[in-house]
Write a protein that binds this ligand. Structure first.
Ligand SMILES: Cc1cc2nc3c(=O)[nH]c(=O)nc-3n(C[C@H](O)[C@H](O)[C@H](O)COP(=O)(O)O)c2cc1C
Length: 240
């Protein structure tokens, strides 16, 4: 299956076969990651594929591998990581491999060689025990008209994006020139304390789906003076 079709089939996998993936597959994954598109090529990031023993999570299930992701702490770094690694999530799922973004976990007994990079998040990886894919009517997502100032089928790839606790914090507005502005829902103090950085990853994930569906035309940029939208943070602008 191609990456775009995978958007409408993928789901988070929380039950894995303990057998590790072969070295050839792991090398293919590394190759894909190294060539994924970035939102901000000026932000350094890195990753390591770690075994179960090197991960501590709050989850009761385990996967044979985890991608531990690190980044320089710069403006847009979380959104950039969401964007890069959602392409990886789609690639893995398109190949029949299960994945789940995990906010509630971190590496243990592993130190990133680059001290200037901070740990961001992990993603579990392995062969799923049950079905990998779901049907389109099994997605629990907000309606298209609730994630944008006007209903727009072109935003469907973002509508289906995964997010921390399925919060779906994205909101899109249309500009007269055909471009879009992206906003992130602010929420209350508690929500921003729990989901703040994860929701930044989420908007990057939604942008990755829009990029995968519009590979040739996708352009991302930040405006110096974006329009304010009550209850939201400006997260960037794009063309598709
Ligand atoms: C940034 C982020 C953090 C997440 N953290 C967890 C987690 O700690 N544990 C978990 O089981 N799922 C986690 N998820 C998976 C979401 O719960 C899941 O993507 C969402 O409920 C939508 O379901 P779907 O991916 O099956 O479509 C996370 C997802 C994202 C994007």
């Amino acid at each position: 299956m191609n990456l775009e079709d995978t958007i409408y089939k993928r789901q988070s996998i929380r039950s894995y076969d303990a057998t590790p993936l072969g070295n050839e597959t792991l090398d293919e994954i590394r190759d894909f990651i190294d060539n994924a598109k970035e939102l901000n090529p000026n932000i350094k990031w890195s990753y390591e594929i770690l075994p179960t023993e090197n991960i501590s999570t709050m989850m009761r299930w385990k996967a044979p591998h985890y991608i531990a992701i690190f980044s320089e702490e710069k403006e847009n770094c979380y959104q950039n990581i969401g964007f890069v690694f959602q392409q990886v999530d789609l690639f893995l799922q398109s190949k029949g491999i299960g994945t789940c973004w995990i906010g509630m976990g971190s590496p243990k007994n592993y130190k990133n060689p680059d001290d200037s990079q901070k740990f961001i998040i992990i993603i579990s990886v392995g062969m799923p025990k049950g079905n990998l894919y779901r049907e389109i009517n099994q997605f629990r997502r907000k309606a298209l008209e609730d994630i944008s100032d006007k209903r727009d089928e072109r935003l469907a790839p973002a509508q289906f994006a995964p997010s921390a606790s399925n919060t779906q914090p994205w909101y899109f507005t249309h500009n007269d020139d055909g471009s879009y502005d992206l906003y992130r829902v602010k929420g209350g103090v508690l929500r921003s304390r729990i989901y703040g950085n994860w929701n930044k990853i989420d908007t990057g994930i939604a942008l990755a789906h829009l990029y995968v569906a519009n590979g040739d035309s996708f352009k991302f940029y930040k405006k110096d003076n974006p329009k304010e939208l009550k209850g939201h943070f400006y997260a960037g602008s794009f063309e598709i």
